[in-house]
Design a protein. Sequence first.
Lengths: 331, 388
Amino acid sequence: GNLGLGRPALPEEVAAWDKDVRPDGLGLPEGSGSVEDGEMVFAEVCASCHGDFAEGVDNWPKLAGGMGTLNHEDPLKTVGSYWPYLSTTWDYVNRSMPFGNAQSLSNDEVYAIVAYILYSNDLVEDDFVLSNETFLDVELPNTGGFIVDDRAETELALFSQEPCMVDCKETVEITMRAAVLDVTPETEPQAAAEPAEPAEEVAVAEPAPAQEAPAEEAPVEVAAVDPEMVAAGEKVFKKCKACHQVGDGAKNRTGPHLNGIVNRVIGTGEGFKYSKSMAGMADEGAIWDDEALHAFLENPKKYVSKTKMAFAGLKKEDDRAAIIAYLQSFE
Amino acid sequence: AGDPLITEVQPWAQELGDGVDATPYGMPIEFESDVVRRNVEWLTADTISSINFTPIHALDGTITPQGCAFERHHSGAIELRKEDYRLMINGLVDTPLIFTYEDLERFPRENHVYFCECAANTGMEWAGAQLNGAQFTHGMIHNMEYTGVSLRTLLEEAGVKPEGKWVYVEGADASSNGRSIPLEKALDDVLVAFKANGEALRKEHGYPVRLVVPGWEGNMWVKWLRRIEVGDQPWESREETSKYTDTLEDGTSRKWTWEMDAKSVVTSPSPQAPITHGKGPLVITGLAWSGRGAITRVDVSVDGGKSWKEARLAAPGQDKAISRFYLDHDWDGSEMLLQSRAIDSTGYVQPTKAQLRDVRGLNSIYHNNCIQTWWVKESGEAENVEVS
């Protein structure tokens, strides 16, 4: 049945959304990137989660190593040890990474990152260049390690026997208990929610430190947080949420939690391991005032060289001002 | 003296309650505030790319309320307005098409109840009893009534070319979650859904439009569905190679393990739902489902699988939907090793953990549909255990 609904998709629309790449190379754009370039791009946009050598940070995925572990207890599954097709790596990096800033990489950068991941897995030499020309030459070690679902042959008949109803076994012993491990979250009934304290009250209770910012930075605006700006800032903060928490119960994650960040000494979030450059600013007593926050948020790597923060920056002044207002609403 | 709740006039019998304008969209009463989704913090690096669990221990019936139905995102739950929604069909079709949300509403509509289970449900239990509660061991599941348009109808509108054998379905969020689905399934019972349990999908379940892939693993139920591409080969995306594949003992891995095997769990009593009333009449209840058909029978054991009794199904089983079972039991106050065992319309009988491990080893993570054991103690408290 043809209802005549919808409209034809324009070629440029299909091109904008159809970015997927198949193992046979279908969909792969022209471009190239070297291991050397990849190392630099990786350090800038990937390493904060995946480590400088693709070894993974905290619970974030390891991208390298694990060869020969698939038949061991707790196998380590990485691009090198497990992924069957290089196209999958290219496609995923291209469309879904970096986490929190997807689809921001150029084709050459994606080629370079994938080349570096191959190098981290000892699959190519340090002078290797990955391009649409060389792409199909690379075969990953575990390409042959997969079989199509065989449950129909190996399980279904076995698990379709007439079930036993009585005298099915003589004894039953407990062989393992979950309580011994004690990894279950607490689930005590929650107390009825307390009414949240208005943000303004919080701001009043804690007198803001004297502003060192230049006069043209309009200290009035800083003193009274504009609820509209805070709301706008909450939206912009989505760009930051992959790494930073703020608000009740905020914890340090990839980045430090940001409660009380405004007008605090730089690099002094409790329990967070800062870069050396950020720690150095802490020793100098530099403050996250309006000016410093604007400068850092506009171009993080320019303001704090070698900061761990892998974020390109907020080019719009309005966005930065909104974020600062938003952060200011959290003591 | 009589019960003061009866003999004395209570405030609620004297004073006035809320007016009809108090809650234009209602939330559960505050006394039920513990019946919520929960996550397990150590499972993932971050809550944005993570999963939480349906409080199945505290629910009854079969339909999961949207507000407590588990969520799994790879780049967070996005906000996408209906007005900004576009669905593209491209690839090996006669005419690549773009639909708006309004367009979708003009296609013939269908209603179906289906369960959605994450392939990783019960995955933390492969190597041994680990999490202490039905919510955490079996809560990556929900069961809703979906309203939408069959994918077949949309594909027919674009016209699938004869060489088309697969479709690639992709979400609009930053994770670009995408999966390859064989055309045969796409033309069978897959639904492009925009309502669940009568109302719009929730943000966390893919508002305004998600894919429903009955009986198959939850990762394929792409949320914020934005594109359907027809091709002649599978795409081998990240989620169908590096994830959602099942590694066997010898290190080879199964791929394309789409169907969810028959499975059941006793939801009460269970670690988060202990017996508090002492011996005597006890309602043992739980959920059963199968990705290959309807549940036809559920057996319950109170002695760790030595003997079994057929439980009562609350209603005849429906294809690829959850069934509720009950065993009305006279508890003598002694310890129980409580188990349930589902049987589906293909004759498949839910296996024990030992049976599964014999075939698959210990490293499979996904697709653990083994029989679950709760050790109910004399106190009425229960614990997740494994038995011989």
